[in-house]
Design a protein around this ligand. Structure first.
Ligand code: GDP
Ligand code: MG
Length: 445
């Protein structure tokens, strides 16, 4: 995987202060391959890489992550930016009602389905009164298809009148929208198998007739580069205000989303995540970036590490551990740290090479957040002396601590045992750090 490749490039680099150009270049070569594999257009990938390089060279490496992980995080952040990290996915209704929303795109891209999905969403979440109309007079039963979806979604559709042109229907829809007191009129247009002049002329005419506040281009994520070419062509003729990317539930890796944004400049507003009428999400650049890189885990690890890790504390703890002086106060600190980082299971699952340890913890009955809170309570019910020297804990003291923390003697015993085991392990681990610990566990298992 990309993660492994980056790790090997950066092996031995740990502890160096800043990322150097040579290493960054090498790492970014791997990132470029990953982007191309995810279907990002070559010029877009190239441009992206050079932007990332600027950011990465000279960046400080966080103590608790590897340089490879750090580069991945920088790449991820740049991806999020490029995907429109701060773009607003909401739709505009800034006009005298009804606001027209026009859906355009190639045949089969998911226009009709997305029309109904968005209408349902606007009606349900935004409490808008929505009317839908199909302007597709070309495909047999296209208007009926929208009427059926309207029934499912309980969204009104414009009654079908045979023989009308798309332009007639558009006018009638806007009129009905006005008379009926609707907030929004959604116009589902006809598509073509490929872009042709007739199609472009038709959508441009309807656009002029209805003056939509939003013109949403619907593209199929699975068509990758073709989706981007389509978008370019539509953009030449129409003011596309947003993109709906369908079939994200398929196995497209999302590279098209990146190219789309770079080439058209139009924000992706929604993604289609299935055939069902409610299978629509707002576009989340973070999620898409994770999907393109296929490394969401590392990204969240680095994020958590940079947000939560108190470096000085970690250093101090490591020193104590190495000397075998790991007392109950240190354990309490560890618990606090774990809780901040989303539970022991979460953090172990994120650490490269720590899968084995997580498995052990899980097999031992797991250690969830609630349990950690209990254990913190036990530790705080112990006296200062007891915390420094847990061996002092006899039956009488255990009973007192259990009562004081609202737990049981059993739980107190369990914690003391866990502490003993951890202290032992840390002593053995010595200066090896997490890697050393993972190695030992690997040998044990
Ligand atoms: P149109 O020709 O652009 O109007 O496309 P349709 O809305 O008729 O959709 C074509 C097909 O794609 C239908 O079978 C839809 O159910 C399906 N479809 C649309 N959006 C999605 C999606 O997000 N995910 C999946 N899996 N299927 C979709
Ligand atoms: Mg259709």
């Amino acid at each position: 995987s990309l993660s492994d490749r980056l790790s090997s490039i950066f092996e031995g680099l740990r502890g160096r202060g800043a990322l150097e150009e040579k290493d960054v270049t090498e790492a970014l070569r791997e990132v470029r391959v990953a982007l191309l594999e995810a279907d990002v257009a070559l010029p877009v990938a190239k441009d992206f890489i050079s932007k990332v390089k600027e950011r990465a060279v000279g960046a400080e490496v966080l103590r608790s992550v590897t340089p490879g992980q750090q580069v991945v995080k920088i790449v991820h952040d740049a991806l999020v930016d490029m995907l429109g990290g701060d773009a607003d996915p909401s739709l505009s209704f800034a006009t005298t009602p009804p606001a027209a929303i026009m859906m355009v795109g190639l045949q089969g891209s998911g226009k009709t389905t997305s029309t109904a999905k968005i209408a349902l969403r606007l009606q349900k979440r935004d409490k808008k009164r929505v009317l839908m109309a199909s302007l597709d007079t070309r495909r047999p039963a296209a208007q009926e298809q929208l009427a059926i979806l309207g029934e499912q979604a309980e969204v009104k559709t414009l009654p079908i009148i045979a023989g009308q042109t798309p332009r007639d229907i558009a006018k009638r829809a806007m009129e009905a929208g006005k008379l009926g007191g609707f907030d929004v009129v959604m116009l589902d247009t006809a598509g073509r198998l490929s872009i042709d002049e007739q199609l472009m002329a038709e959508v441009a005419d309807i656009h002029k007739t209805t003056n939509p506040v939003e013109t949403l281009l619907v593209v199929d994520a699975l068509t990758g580069q073709d989706a981007v070419t389509t978008a370019e062509k539509f953009k030449e003729r129409l003011n596309i205000t947003g993109v709906v990317m369908t079939r994200i539930d398929g196995d497209a890796r999302g590279g098209a989303a990146l190219s789309m944004r770079a080439v058209t400049g139009a924000p992706i507003k929604f993604v289609g995540v299935g055939e069902k009428i409610d299978a629509l999400d707002t576009f989340e650049p973070e999620r898409m970036a994770g999907r393109i890189l296929g490394m969401g885990d590392i990204v969240s690890l680095v994020e958590k590490a940079s947000q939560e890790m108190d470096e000085a504390k970690a250093k101090k703890a490591a020193k104590k551990m190495a000397k075998g002086e790991f007392d109950m106060d240190d354990l309490a600190d560890q618990f606090k740290q774990m809780r901040k980082m989303g539970g022991m299971g979460a953090i172990l699952g994120l650490m490269p090479g720590m899968g084995k340890m997580k498995k052990m913890v899980d097999q031992a009955g797991g250690l969830d957040d609630k349990e950690i809170i209990h254990q913190e309570a036990i530790i705080s019910s112990m006296t200062k002396q007891e915390r420094k020297k847990p061996a002092l804990m006899n039956a009488k003291r255990k009973k007192r601590v259990a009562a004081g923390s609202g737990t049981s003697v059993q739980e107190v015993n369990k914690l003391l045992k866990a502490h003993r085991q951890m202290a032992d392990m840390m002593k053995k681990m010595g200066k090896g750090g997490m890697k050393g610990m993972a190695k030992q566990l690997g040998m044990m298992g």
